[in-house]
Design a protein around this ligand. Structure first.
Ligand SMILES: [Zn+2]
Length: 118
């Protein structure tokens, strides 16, 4: 059964909630770890490593969240499903696979081909 825009909208809303919950979880974790600074050098080093990893995870979630929020804004504008580069219609199967897609497959490929700009 093909997805409808309404279904995609619901999926995006759900995805936004999940991403926000993940961000909250990470922030809570960092706060808890900050309290427990001991006097073991090894612990401090692995804690720094953990935090650096958390930060990159958080950045990835933020980027995903940006895309989802952006897609939801396009719903508000009535421009959802329209490629931001060529103005063409983004194929439904592509939106099904990636509801926050900003570009049609052809534009995405072209951009990836020229240095991977998003
Ligand atoms: Zn396009």
């Amino acid at each position: 059964m093909p997805a409808t825009y309404e279904e995609l909208h619901q999926r995006l809303l759900k995805e936004r909630e999940e991403l926000m919950a993940q961000l909250d979880g990470l922030q809570g974790k960092v706060r808890e770890e900050g309290v427990g600074y001991g006097n073991h050098m090894a612990d401090a080093a692995s804690e720094v490593f953990e935090q650096a990893r958390d930060i990159s995870v958080r950045q990835r979630i933020r980027h995903a969240l940006d895309d989802v929020v952006h897609a939801l804004a396009k719903f508000e504008d009535g421009t959802y499903g329209i490629c931001e580069s060529c103005g063409g219609i983004i194929a439904l199967p592509r939106l099904e696979a990636l509801p926050s897609a900003r570009y049609c497959m052809a534009c995405q490929r072209r951009m990836e081909g020229t240095g991977g700009r998003r």
